[in-house]
Design a protein around this ligand. Structure first.
Ligand code: M6R
Length: 610
């Protein structure tokens, strides 16, 4: 969370930093700020609220220079305010710092610094670092940061500029992502790739416990002891600059919903043999016989990625007959999970930086388990720490509400399920071909589902002022119902609850009253009759039921008030088809309520704190 940008070079620092922050604003939007070395002085301008407020303020408080840093904040310590906005400075105003993460021992440090006479202006944990730098500065900012690294505890990506080193940005990382973008006669720092795409696609990813001294013509990397660590690998990012733009859509979320046919296509590309008989996953560099030796799988993930994991559990169990647990990262890490030597852990994360998912996978690694990562971001922490990585090809996902990341995670989990089943000799050739042909056809299915957008929009507008909604389904439909409910809550702020359709009568049915909208998913053929009975139970209590069913289902309209027909695919693959209307429903409900769809209140895109 929090977006960080730094720039050193000949361009307008203000423009590069603001541009980068615009691309990272989805990471936090409580306040924003910029610090520039302007005419030998550290000049800081900051403003509470969205980036646009900072942009306005900069008109009356201009800044110019060759070196600068900026920040867009997701508040943890201290409410959103001008004072709590980053960059923070020390008493002398010689240093400016921006920070992503949490300094856990900040209270003790603050007391110590106050006792020494330092004056604090904010309630943040970050400001202690600025004063600590001032306190220990010995003429060398690198040495000073080595000392700082020994004094602070917690998670941080810290980016510092100093009046005494006017052409330099210092970056320091522990448990919070930060990258250096390489330019020609200029260099960049950022907490996420989208900030850099307009300028460069060559990046160095700092690892935990590393620092970088970034100048216009050089990048030197060190460990936290200040010892040089030599040249680090340069990663080339394939995302293009336009993929991080809205491209004519009113919101990133809508654009990303519409990008799903392509994202699914790109994720499948090269991973299914031409004859649809084999899954090709060269990323899985498992020893011979490993796939057959896996005796359980733990999928660890958070939020939408966890919902993808729930689908993955069902699919892998069904196809490969391996017991699978889909666990929430923040629970798993404290649950003392039971492992066998044959347990494979699969970490699913769009950003690859979610703190709880990372902690869960680190726990597995500490226990000697093999970890496979499914992530969208090359070079992310999850990607770097896993034993094997499959990159989903969704392209940058900017909207806080995850859409194309989810469908591409599903595609990857389907591929994994078929791969494991084949490796264990469990899938007949004909069955594999049927599934792989249907998988290859999913981009077209997604395209056709999008045709229902205007029907969904009308439904959403009609029900935009309700307080409660329910999403019901059985089997895979229940897993998708959970994702549909999360999406609606997250951006429209309408209360939504997902329920296993057969479980309603054990309590939740009491909440069904006249006119309450119930979205019922009816794609699981073997559960059709049971689901229909459950829909009748809510309809009998006055619910208005919107059904999602296969095109050609001639009976569904007898049970529900309104139907969205889905283009046919295998029931196993239904989640890809059924989630898209639910994403659109959430989108249109939120936009018709006038909400800031891409930046819902209280949330941030990647949750890098526990
Ligand atoms: O980057 P990750 O996939 O690890 O993020 C996990 C969740 O924070 C994320 O899916 C969140 O639930 C989305 N905002 C939901 O739309």
């Amino acid at each position: 969370m929090c977006g960080i940008v730094g720039y050193v070079g000949p361009r307008s620092v203000k423009d590069v930093v603001l541009n980068g922050l615009r691309k990272l604003e989805y990471r936090g939007y409580d306040s924003a700020g910029i610090a520039v070395l302007d005419d030998g002085k550290v000049k800081i301008v900051k403003a509470v609220g969205r980036l646009v407020n900072l942009e306005g303020k900069l008109e009356s408080h201009p800044v110019a220079g060759r070196v600068g840093i900026g920040h867009t904040r997701w508040a943890t310590h201290g409410r959103p305010s001008d004072d709590n906005a980053h960059p923070h400075s020390d008493c002398s105003g010689r240093f400016a710092i921006v920070h992503n993460g949490i300094i856990e021992n900040y209270l003790a440090l603050r007391e110590e610094l106050v006792a020494k006479g330092h004056q604090f202006v904010s309630e943040t944990d970050t400001e202690v670092v600025a004063h600590l730098i001032e306190d220990v500065f010995n003429g060398s900012i690198l040495d000073t940061m080595v000392t700082i690294g020994k004094r602070i505890r917690g998670a941080y990506a810290l980016v510092v500029i100093s009046k005494d080193d006017p052409d330099t940005i210092i970056v320091m990382r522990k448990a919070s992502p930060v990258i250096v973008g390489l330019g020609n006669g200029e260099n960049f720092v950022a907490s996420g790739i989208p900030a850099l795409l307009e300028y460069t696609r060559d990046v160095i990813v700092l690892d935990d416990g590393e620092m970088a001294v970034v100048r216009a013509d050089s990048v030197e990397c060190f460990n936290l002891e200040g010892q040089p660590i030599g040249e680090k690998e340069t990663l080339h990012v394939t995302w293009d600059a336009q993929s991080a733009e809205r491209g004519g859509y009113p919101h990133f979320m809508l654009k990303e919903i519409y990008e799903q046919p392509k994202a699914i296509h790109d994720t499948l590309l090269g991973r299914v043999s031409d004859d649809h008989q084999q899954v090709i996953l060269p990323e899985l560099k498992w020893p011979a016989g490993y796939a057959a030796s896996i005796d359980r799988i733990h999928i660890v993930a958070c939020g939408t990625a966890w919902h993808a994991g729930l689908v993955g559990k069902s699919v892998i169990e069904r196809l490969a007959r391996i017991p699978v647990e889909a666990e929430i990262g923040s629970e798993y890490r404290y649950a003392n999970p039971i492992y066998t030597p044959g347990t494979l852990v699969v970490a699913v994360s769009q950003s690859g930086e979610t703190a709880d998912t990372l902690a869960a996978m680190r726990l597995a690694k500490e226990n000697g388990l093999r970890v496979l990562a499914i992530t969208n971001v090359v070079g992310s922490s999850v990607a770097r720490e896993a034993d094997e990585v499959i990159i989903t090809q969704a392209g940058p996902e900017i909207a806080v509400a995850s859409t194309k990341a989810y469908t591409t995670q599903l595609v990857t989990l389907y591929l994994l399920g078929v791969y494991l089943a084949q490796a264990r000799g469990l899938l007949l050739d004909g069955d594999a071909r049927e599934i792989l042909e249907a998988l290859s056809n999913l981009p077209q299915v997604a395209e056709q589902v999008l045709d229902a957008a205007s029907q969904i929009q009308q439904f959403a507008i009609r029900y935009k002022d309700v307080e409660d909604t329910f999403f019901i389904g059985r089997g895979l439909d229940y897993a998708v119902a959970m994702e549909g409910a999360l999406k609606l809550k997250e951006i429209s702020y309408i209360h939504a609850e997902a329920y296993a359709a057969g479980e309603l009568k054990h309590g939740t049915l009491a909440l069904i009253t006249e006119g309450v909208p119930v979205i019922a998913l009816v794609t699981q053929t073997h559960l059709y009759d049971k689901t229909i009975s459950n829909i009748r139970e809510v309809a009998a209590r006055g619910a208005y039921v919107l059904g999602l069913a296969w095109v050609g289902d001639a009976d569904i309209h007898k049970t529900v008030d309104e139907v969205i027909y889905l283009p046919r695919t295998l029931p196993l693959l239904a989640p890809i088809a059924s989630v898209i209307p639910l994403q659109l429903l959430a989108y249109y409900a939120a936009s018709s309520r006038g909400n800031d769809v891409d930046k819902p209140r209280n949330l941030a895109k990647s949750v890098t704190v526990e």
